[in-house]
Write a protein that binds this ligand. Structure first.
Ligand code: FE2
Length: 293
């Protein structure tokens, strides 16, 4: 299915569809939004070069790779470039690079913009939904022309905001267990967040969106997705909030049960079983914390 999102300049975050529809679809289905970050002086390449420099001083807050890849490559397996971060940003037109700047909100000026997004997201979530969301984060993605991002899924409640350049993104239904399997979600929580694997037929199963400056897209939790950048440098902002840690515990328990040769029931089939699994993992976590003291 092709869904084209028209470019819109706006002063604040807003949904395209009625709020009630978005509240029902939040973290379950992809939907469009519009955002105020396109053209903002904090998201020029020069401003972001400083952000990258700051992020490089915080362990784990700057990721970079460069080279050709296919959508089927494993997330995070592309080679590291043999250049410094300023060199990569300087040569971003030709470097074939993908830079990920995490926790950009560490800088107070960006924190203000993240807080505006957070207020928007919590309004969509509604009073009940807002109670469970936490740890808002702003991530900036700087991408060379024609660069791809491989098939993967995430566990957060995420919006991708296009600031500069344009790109195609394909998003699968998170409930489609032929695209995101139970085992992959279990592995995501227990082994590696690159657990998603590209499947034959993924492009037919996915919804296709084109993002231009001013467009934002809600990417549903566990919804597999992959990205093709267009012919110019792309600057995108990924904004997300997390579910509580115990939301992943049923999958963590199922990971251990599967390793014992069992076929665990997916979450949602029995409240009692789910609660017991979550309690077992929580107990293991408490024991580990005690041992570390
Ligand atoms: Fe993602």
């Amino acid at each position: 299915m092709l869904t084209s999102l028209s470019p819109v300049q706006t002063k604040e975050w807003s949904t395209v569809d009625p709020l009630a529809d978005c509240r029902r679809e939040l973290h379950k289905k992809a939907f469009a939004a519009i955002h105020p970050l396109a053209g903002h002086p904090l998201f020029t390449i020069d401003a972001l070069a400083k952000v990258a420099e700051h992020a490089s001083r915080r362990p784990g807050d700057l990721y970079v790779d460069a080279g050709d890849l296919s959508f089927a490559d494993k997330w995070g397996t592309t080679p590291k470039p043999n250049m410094t971060i300023p060199e990569i940003i300087d040569r971003i037109e030709t470097a074939g690079a993908w830079l990920v700047l995490k926790h950009v909100e560490t800088d107070a000026a960006y924190r203000v913009l993240l807080d505006e997004f957070k207020a928007f997201l919590l309004e969509i979530a509604g009073p009940e939904g807002a109670k469970i969301l936490r740890n808002a984060e702003m991530i900036v993605l700087i991408t060379s022309p024609r660069r791809k991002s491989a098939f993967h899924f995430d566990a957060e409640v995420n919006f991708l905001a296009q600031v500069q350049g344009s790109k195609d993104i394909w998003v699968c239904d998170p409930a489609d267990r032929s695209m995101t399997t139970e085992e992959e979600i279990e592995n995501y929580y227990s082994v590696s967040n690159s657990a998603g694997t590209f499947k034959p037929g993924a492009e037919k199963a996915a919804r296709h969106f084109t993002l231009r400056p001013g467009d934002a897209l809600h990417i549903p939790t566990y919804g597999a997705h992959w990205v093709q950048n267009h012919d110019s440098v792309s600057i995108s902002v990924s904004l997300n909030m997390e579910f509580p840690q115990h939301y992943g515990d049923i999958y963590r328990a199922n990971y251990h049960l599967r390793r014992l040769g069992l076929k665990p029931r997916p979450p949602g089939n029995s409240e009692l079983v789910d609660r017991s699994k979550a309690a077992a993992i929580s107990g293991m976590r408490r024991v580990r914390a005690l041992i570390r003291r």
